[in-house]
Design a protein around this ligand. Structure first.
Ligand code: NDP
Ligand code: 2IT
Length: 446
C-alpha cells in the first residue's frame, strides 16, 4: 500500500476505533483519491479528504417503546449528518440488529460521493437503529417508528436532512415515520422520501435502485458491444433492491437464477420469471416469509447458510448487504465466467474481492455508482414535492436512465486507464469527490 495512504489510514483508525466498516469504506476511497489530490494541491492544502472523513454532526438517541406483551424495549437510534456542501443531508435509514455507529458512518461516507454522482443537489447522511423488524407485529413496528421519530424530528426537515429507506425500512416504515413527523410538526412536507403515491411519493422510487443497477450494468456492457439479453445472472438478497433488479433483468431478456436472504439461497435454473417474482414480492413484502419457502413451492434447490456466488453466471448483482462477497467467492465467480458485477448493495465486495475484479479486468460497477438510482429518484421525489406536482412513470424512468448514463460517463471520464480499461472504482471516487471538494473550497473552512 502507498505510504501516504497508510499514514492517512493510521490516523483514521486511531480516531475512529472499532469501526472496521468505516475504515474499509474510507480506505477504498483514499487509495484512489490520495494520488489524485497530490496532483491537485488545492484540495491537499484545504485538507478536504480529512474533512470529508469527519461527520459534520452525529446524533445518537434512546428509542424506548412497548411491545405487544406490554414489556418495555430499548433500542438505539442514530443519524449521521456527514456532509452538506452540495445540498441538505440525504440518505436512508437502516433498521437491522447489526446497525452500529461504524456501519452507519461507512454508509454515510459512501452516500456523500454517491449523491454527488447523481448530479442532483444532495449532501450525504445515513441513520437507523439496531431495532430488528423481523418477527415484529405491524403494531410493534409502528410503536417503534413513532418513538424513533419523536426524537429524530427535531434534527431533520425538508431543507435540512431528508431520510429514506434502506435495509428493514420500506414503505410501511416510511408511512409510520411520516405520520409521526407530520403530527409533531403540523406540516405536510417532503421530509422523507419513499413515501406512498397518495401522499407525496414518486412513481418508480420503489423500483429505482434495482432498475438503476441494471441500467448501469447495461451501460458498462455497451462499452463492449454486449448486453444482458439471453444472459444468466445471479442476484443476492430478496428485498427491495433484489426484487426490482430481477424485474428489470427479466424485462431486458436476461435470466435470474438465484435469490437469497440471511438464511440461504435458492437456485432456480429455469429462471425467476414474472409470475415467480410476483410470488417473491408477496412472500417478502406482505407475508414477510423466508426465501426457503420458494424452494418448497417451485421444487428447486435451497442452499441453507450459503451465498449464491458459486452458481455459474455471466453477471452478478449483489443486492443484500456489505461484505457478502469475499476474495474466494470473487475468484469463483470469475472462474465460472462472470464478466460483470453491478452492486445494488452498499460495499458488498470485500477489498480483496475488488482487487480480484480489477486484476481480471471485468466490468465492475461499485455501489456508489451502480446503486445511485435509488437516491437519485429520491432526489426527483423531492423536486416533485417542491413543485407540488407529480411526474408520470415514463418521465421519472426517463430521468433515472439519463442519470445512470451520466454517472457511467463520469466514471469513464475519471476512471479510464492508459490500456483502455475503465476502473469504475477510481472513476466513481474521483467523479463524486470533485464536486463536493470544490463546493467545500468555495464555502471556506466550515
Ligand atoms: P431490504 O430490507 O428490502 O432487503 C434486504 C435483503 O438483504 C433481505 O433479503 C435480507 O435478508 C438480506 N440481508 C440483510 N442483511 C443481511 C445480512 N447481514 N446477511 C445476509 N443477508 C442480509 O433492503 P434493501 O433491498 O433496500 O437493501 C439491500 C442493499 O441495497 C443494502 O446494502 C442497502 O444499503 C442497499 N441499497 C438500498 C437502496 C434502497 O433504495 N433501498 C438504495 C441503495 C442501496 P433477511 O430478510 O433474511 O434479512
Ligand atoms: O443507500 C442508499 O442510497 C439508500 N438507501 C437510498 C437513500 C435515499 O435517500 O433514497
Amino acid at each position: 500500500m502507498d505510504s501516504r495512504v497508510k499514514q492517512f489510514m493510521a490516523k483514521i483508525e486511531a480516531k475512529n476505533p472499532a469501526e472496521p466498516e468505516f475504515h474499509q469504506a474510507v480506505m477504498e476511497v483514499a487509495e484512489t483519491l490520495i494520488p489524485y489530490i497530490e496532483e491537485h494541491p488545492r484540495y491537499k492544502h484545504a485538507k478536504i479528504l480529512e474533512r470529508i472523513a469527519e461527520p459534520e454532526r452525529i446524533i445518537i438517541f434512546r428509542v424506548p417503546w412497548m411491545n405487544d406483551k406490554g414489556e418495555v424495549e430499548i433500542n438505539r437510534g442514530f443519524r449521521i449528518e456527514m456532509n452538506s456542501a452540495i445540498g441538505p443531508y440525504k440518505g436512508g435509514l437502516r433498521f437491522h440488529p447489526t446497525v452500529n455507529l461504524g456501519v452507519l458512518k461507512f454508509l454515510a461516507f459512501e452516500q456523500v460521493l454517491k449523491n454527488s454522482l447523481t448530479t442532483l443537489p444532495m449532501g450525504g447522511g445515513k441513520g437507523g437503529s439496531d431495532f430488528d423488524p423481523k418477527g415484529k407485529s405491524d403494531n410493534e413496528v409502528m410503536k417503534f417508528c413513532q418513538s424513533f421519530m419523536t426524537e429524530l424530528n427535531r434534527h431533520i426537515g425538508p431543507n435540512t436532512d431528508i431520510p429514506a429507506g434502506d435495509i428493514g425500512v420500506g414503505g410501511r416504515e416510511i408511512g409510520f415515520l411520516f405520520g409521526q413527523y407530520k403530527r409533531i410538526k403540523n406540516e405536510f412536507t417532503g421530509v422523507l422520501t419513499g413515501k406512498g403515491l397518495e401522499w407525496g411519493g414518486s412513481l418508480i422510487r420503489p423500483e429505482a435502485t434495482g432498475y438503476g443497477a441494471v441500467y448501469f450494468a447495461e451501460e458498462m456492457l455497451k462499452t463492449k458491444g454486449d448486453s444482458l439479453k439471453g444472459k444468466t445472472c445471479v442476484v443476492s438478497g430478496s428485498g427491495n433492491v433484489a426484487q426490482y433488479t430481477t424485474e428489470k433483468i427479466n424485462e431486458l431478456g436476461g435470466k435470474v437464477v438465484t435469490l437469497s436472504d440471511s438464511a440461504g439461497f435458492i437456485y432456480d435454473p429455469k429462471g425467476i420469471d414474472k409470475e415467480k417474482l410476483a410470488y417473491i414480492m408477496e412472500l417478502k413484502n406482505i407475508k414477510r416469509g423466508r426465501i426457503s419457502e420458494y424452494a418448497e413451492r417451485y421444487g428447486v434447490e435451497y442452499f441453507n447458510g450459503e451465498r449464491p456466488w458459486k452458481i455459474k453466471a455471466f453477471a452478478a448483482f449483489p443486492s443484500a448487504t456489505q461484505n457478502e462477497i469475499n476474495e474466494e467467492e470473487a475468484r469463483l465467480l470469475i472462474s465460472n465466467g462472470c464478466k460483470v458485477v453491478s452492486e445494488g448493495a452498499n460495499m458488498p465486495s470485500s477489498p480483496e474481492a475488488i482487487e480480484v475484479y480489477l486484476e481480471h479486468k471485468i466490468l465492475y460497477g461499485p455501489g456508489k455508482a451502480a446503486n445511485a438510482g435509488g437516491v437519485a429518484v429520491s432526489g426527483l421525489e423531492m423536486t416533485q414535492n417542491s413543485m407540488r406536482l407529480p411526474w408520470s412513470r415514463e418521465e421519472v424512468d426517463r430521468r433515472l436512465q439519463e442519470i445512470m448514463k451520466n454517472i457511467h460517463s463520469t466514471c469513464v471520464k475519471h476512471g479510464s486507464e492508459e490500456n483502455g480499461y475503465v476502473n469504475y472504482v477510481k472513476g466513481a471516487n474521483i467523479g463524486g469527490f470533485v464536486k463536493v471538494a470544490d463546493a467545500m473550497l468555495a464555502q471556506g473552512i466550515v
